[in-house]
Design a protein around this ligand. Structure first.
Ligand code: FE2
Length: 588
């Protein structure tokens, strides 16, 4: 039996295919269209899933959408009506797409895939999130927390999963939203909403939470972690462009100019920005204020989430927590949830955002609608498209690139020597990762031991702000030697948990140690990615360090590469020194 899950029309469109209840393929639409966070109907991703399974639309038994469009539309309409005339623009802008597409999902699917309407189902948005975590987790029973911007009405839920059933028993409703609160600060700090939230998290360690009192003027936190936003400070219910109001600006001052250089006295002026300006001191001080704001909202976010998690623990007494929703990508907060509550384990699947709703909706259908048993744990993120050797060679030839085909033995020898020699490698193999993190199949690799490497990678490829750290991939057996980790958990595999680097290792892997002494690591398993594991093992043999710097294989502002063609184009348009497409090596 095949069940296709779909999420789209908000951000991070994706589809996922279950075969007899087991996830066999999943991918975000952005990987195919090359539009970052593409929210359009994921036709390319659906075609990939069908091709992967070798089936046609006739073979699909159910199509499940990750939320209930009518309820979502009702929320938008009531928000518009409550805020007339300020909100008229919202309806003018959003209305046509809703009436043309979003409210006609059944008809669209029937037309496109020929599926009968009674086989097209809709799952509540937060139930999709909850299902994406609990039904892929290793737990028979667990507490569930979902936190995001907004679904239909819910912005956070708490519940319990047992066997093949999920019960959501409390919800927080729009406009009171933890995700939208954080997004308002993301916009204030000059970043794109639904994209730059992790930059706020990265900026926070450059500041001190000096303005928590001010943040608490815009949000009231209750003992159970639920929140009430003071809506005088926010404009998202009536504006598609601004998330915060003039009153917010009165409280926090002028927003940071988007795309402006960020640096503080602590970060100094990165060389890849160019020459140090004469007004460095003055601008650094201004940036320090914004870093303090970032630290303050991050602090408040963590307080809210820890309170929520403590509350669920008290309610359920369960020791395992399944967590999902866009806020679950905040790896620093995830660390706090585990460290500062009585939960002894936490599961988060790699695409915790709305993309993950595609998997969740399909699993909800299998488990809850059809009443079938769960039959898997999602052990790794390699669910996307793989390209054949023939396709790789064809792409290389099209660009007239000279390449060598080498066996792993010879290839890894060259790669390890090159890494140790300060070279940067574009590493491409196997199936694309599911979720926003590159985990060793679409990664750019470098030597973590070189304190200058962060600057070198930025200078040659990424051009990222200094507050955006690079992450380490470490051999599973090595993680406890390098990071203050007591127990293994799944988020470690998916770069979803930030840990302090051990004091005696900070000088060993400086390029992947953030300014606050932490790292958002990936624990690499031999059984799930043998070639990547072997490469890092060989690096360890040569250098004594079982860790490499791993950043996603993409240019700034682009989605992670998908096809060999994307990888070649990124290689040619950046300072990457060596490109490895499976066993094909290209040198610059
Ligand atoms: Fe969501």
């Amino acid at each position: 039996m095949y069940i296709l899950g779909i999420s789209c029309w908000y951000h991070d469109a994706a589809s996922a295919l279950l075969k007899d209840g087991k996830i066999i393929a999943a991918s975000e639409e952005e990987r195919f269209t090359r539009i970052k966070h593409d929210y359009n109907f994921p036709i390319n991703s659906i075609n990939f899933c069908l091709d992967f399974a070798g089936i046609t639309p006739n073979d699909i038994d159910y199509v499940v959408f990750y939320d209930k469009p009518i309820l979502k539309f009702e929320r938008i309409l009531s928000s518009v009506l409550l805020n007339v005339p300020k909100s008229c623009g919202v309806f003018r802008e959003a209305g046509p797409l809703w009436l043309k597409e979003k409210l006609n999902f059944r008809r669209k699917i029937k037309k496109l895939l020929g599926i009968e309407e009674d086989r097209i189902l809709f799952c509540y948005h937060h139930l999709s999130h909850a299902a994406s975590s609990f039904f892929l987790s290793p737990y028979e029973e667990a507490a569930i927390l979902t936190v995001d911007g907004v679904g239909e009405w819910a912005t956070a839920t708490v519940g319990v999963g047992k066997g093949s059933k999920i019960k959501i028993y409390e919800e927080l409703h729009f406009p009171h939203s933890v995700g939208l609160l954080y997004s308002a600060f993301t916009a204030f700090l000059g970043f794109k909403v639904n994209d730059g939230e992790y930059k706020v998290m990265g900026m926070a360690p450059y500041g001190q939470p000096k303005y928590v009192d001010k943040v608490l003027k815009v949000v009231k936190i209750n003992e159970d972690g639920s929140i009430e936003l003071n809506m005088d400070y926010f404009s998202f219910p009536y504006s598609t462009k601004n998330t915060f109001s003039d009153k917010f600006i009165e409280l926090f001052g002028e927003p940071r100019v988007a795309e402006s250089f960020f640096f503080t006295k602590n970060s100094d002026f990165p060389v890849y920005y160019g020459e140090k300006p004469d007004d460095f001191e003055e601008r650094a001080e201004k940036n320090q204020y914004y870093a303090d704001i970032a630290a303050s909202i991050q602090y408040v976010l963590e307080e809210i989430l820890v309170k929520m998690a403590k509350y669920i623990y008290k309610k359920t007494g369960l020791k395992k927590l399944c967590y999902a929703g866009g806020v679950a990508l905040n790896s620093k907060a995830n660390y706090r949830i585990l460290k500062d509550t009585s939960f002894d384990d936490i599961y988060i699947q790699p695409a915790a955002t709305d993309a993950g709703g595609a998997i969740g909706a399909a699993l909800w259908c299998w488990c809850e609608v059809l009443g079938k048993g769960r039959n898997q744990v999602l052990e790794h993120a390699y669910l996307g498209k793989e390209f054949s050797d023939e396709e790789i060679v064809k792409s290389l030839k099209e660009k007239n690139l000279r390449y060598e085909e080498l066996d792993d033995e010879k290839l890894f020898e060259i790669l390890v020597d090159s890494l140790a020699d300060g070279k940067i490698i574009g590493w491409y193999q196997g199936r694309t990762e599911w979720g926003p993190r590159a985990l060793g199949n679409r990664s750019i690799l470098a030597d973590p031991r070189n304190p200058k490497m962060k600057e070198i990678v930025n200078l040659k490829i990424k051009f990222r702000e200094p507050f955006r750290p690079f992450a380490p991939s470490a051999l599973k057996g090595e993680i406890k030697n390098y990071f203050e980790i007591e127990n293994d958990n799944y988020p470690q595999r998916f770069m979803l948990m930030t840990y302090p680097v051990r004091e005696n290792k900070k000088g060993v892997i400086p390029a992947v140690t953030h300014v606050d002494g932490t790292s958002r690591l990936q624990s690499v398993f031999k059984e799930h990615n043998p070639r990547y594991y072997d490469l890092i093992s060989r690096f360890k043999e040569k250098t004594g360090v079982g860790v490499v710097l791993n950043t996603s294989f993409n240019l700034r502002g682009e989605p992670i590469v998908n096809s060999p063609e994307d990888a070649i184009s990124t290689f040619l348009n950046s300072g990457i020194d060596l490109l490895v497409l499976k066993n094909f090596l290209v040198k610059k």
